[in-house]
Design a protein. Sequence first.
Length: 222
Amino acid sequence: MAQVIRNVHNHNIIDLLEIYHIFIDELEESGKFDLKFDKIDSVKPQDIADFVKEYDVFVPKDVWTFWEEGLMSVSFVGEKNKFAAGTDFLPFKYVVRDTAMLREMAENYDDEEDKEEMELRRLHLYGIPLTFEEPCLILDAQPDRKENGIYRILYDGSPLKNVIAPDFTTFWEHWLAAGCFIKGNFDAYWQIVHEYVTLQIPHKDNLWLKYWDQQYRTNYAH
């Protein structure tokens, strides 16, 4: 077992990627999970710079580094599909594709008096999609924002407007501390995965679980 890391909120994205890969290695060695791997290639800095210039967005250092590093993506599901876990991050070419799609969708908002609609439109105008499956993770990449938060949205415009975390690194910390949970029954998942989770944040303080409770009226952050 890897040593438990109890100090959080002071990692950089490289630290978190290392923690993630140790976690995945231990899950694979346990033989308890049917893991499916998919490599996400690293991105050249110039390609990211060109993307930033084309869409006039602000990409924080942690997201930039994440794309430059690449990722061994993994996914797995529980018996009878009680839960799903793993990574669902987009290869960079699909980030570019889906960002263009978001910008096109921003043209569908026309009620400037509806504040909720305008917030969703803003995420379509400045957001950068990070994951495949809806609701997808979105980085708020508006250049003049004080915090480039992480949100989730549905492409049909359904109002999943609550911010999950104030930045990408914080999201990764809390998501890793939840065992890379994606959807389904977290309690059932936690029973079988908790011994492999080395980065610990109490559930009551876990932003990912608190978001889940707010959005889906569950009681995981207890």
